[in-house]
Design a protein around this ligand. Structure first.
Ligand SMILES: C[S@@+](CC[C@H](N)C(=O)[O-])C[C@H]1O[C@@H](n2cnc3c(N)ncnc32)[C@H](O)[C@@H]1O
Length: 256
């Protein structure tokens, strides 16, 4: 899959960071020594962690070179690690393991969550947000459009690149490992400028694996046009010209 484009990703910095701010506001932890942000991207959420716990050592980890470069460039005073989350072995255990909008890009969530458990200190806490992309009309539309005969063969297995389970799946795994587990969901109402803005917002995330497969410019453009058409049908223009993009997200906090 093509690497991430941090500039595009950060065009929607506020919409993408708000879930981190909300998740962090629900974490009760005095003086964590080490905080690990898994799939930190360009560091937007890692920065919020560092502001919330200024005395703690905060490390951002990501397997994308472009994302880590951007994070290093914007926040040179912080520690950034280019690594694969599933195989990363830290020098010491973390008190908080945080991950915003990242684990959906990793597979085998049962073993991944066990791995996260083992990266935590004795009273460590795991805090995660997962976008429920497939529950949203747009996620369903993209899957439907991808089955069109024009690009069906190129896109056949793309939906398997995103791993997203429901609250029940995560609760069962977490409650078998941790002493306490909370799960909740939030519908964000992102107010965007136009239908095109919705396309722009998902182009650098949920749409990325599809566009990566469509190498040629013309199929890529046609695919995007189809997605834009379905966005225009599903999301009304408000009286002031804005378009609301409801975005469904799942959160969990688990404590040893
Ligand atoms: C949607 S971005 C989220 C960025 C950031 N956490 C935020 O709050 O906006 C997902 C990030 O997860 C990273 N990622 C995906 N798979 C990964 C893996 N297996 N190991 C480490 N990072 C991964 C991607 O490179 C990307 O930067």
């Amino acid at each position: 899959m093509m690497d991430w484009n941090p500039e595009h990703y950060l065009q929607f910095r506020s919409e993408r960071t708000q879930p981190s701010i909300d998740l962090i506001s629900r974490i009760e932890f005095d003086n964590p020594s080490l905080i690990l942000d898994i799939g930190c991207g360009p560091g937007n959420s890692t920065r919020v962690l560092a502001e919330r716990w200024p005395q703690s050592h905060v490390i951002g980890l990501d397997n994308s070179e472009t994302m880590i470069e951007k994070a290093k460039n914007d926040y040179p005073e912080m520690e950034w690690i280019l690594a694969e989350a599933a195989t990363y072995e830290p020098e010491r255990k973390a008190d908080i393991l945080f991950s915003n909008a990242a684990i959906q890009w990793m597979d085998h969530h049962d073993t991944l969550l066990q791995k996260f458990y083992h990266l935590l200190s004795d009273n460590g806490l795991l805090a995660v947000q997962v976008p429920l992309f497939r529950d949203m009309p747009l996620g369903k539309c993209i899957d439907r459009i991808a089955r069109d005969t024009r690009w069906k063969y190129q896109l056949e297995d793309v939906s398997t690149l995103l791993t997203i389970h429901n609250y029940s799946f995560y609760y069962d795994i977490l409650s078998s490992l941790f002493n306490s587990t909370e799960v909740w969901e939030t519908h964000y109402m992102h107010v965007l400028d136009s239908h095109l803005s919705i396309l722009e917002m998902i182009r650098s995330t949920g749409l990325k694996p599809y566009l990566s497969r469509l190498a040629d410019d013309i199929p890529k453009k046609k695919f995007e046009q189809e997605v834009l058409k379905s966005i225009e049908e599903d999301y009304p223009i408000q009286k002031n010209g804005k378009v609301i993009f409801p975005f469904h997200r799942l959160f969990f906090i688990a404590r040893k």
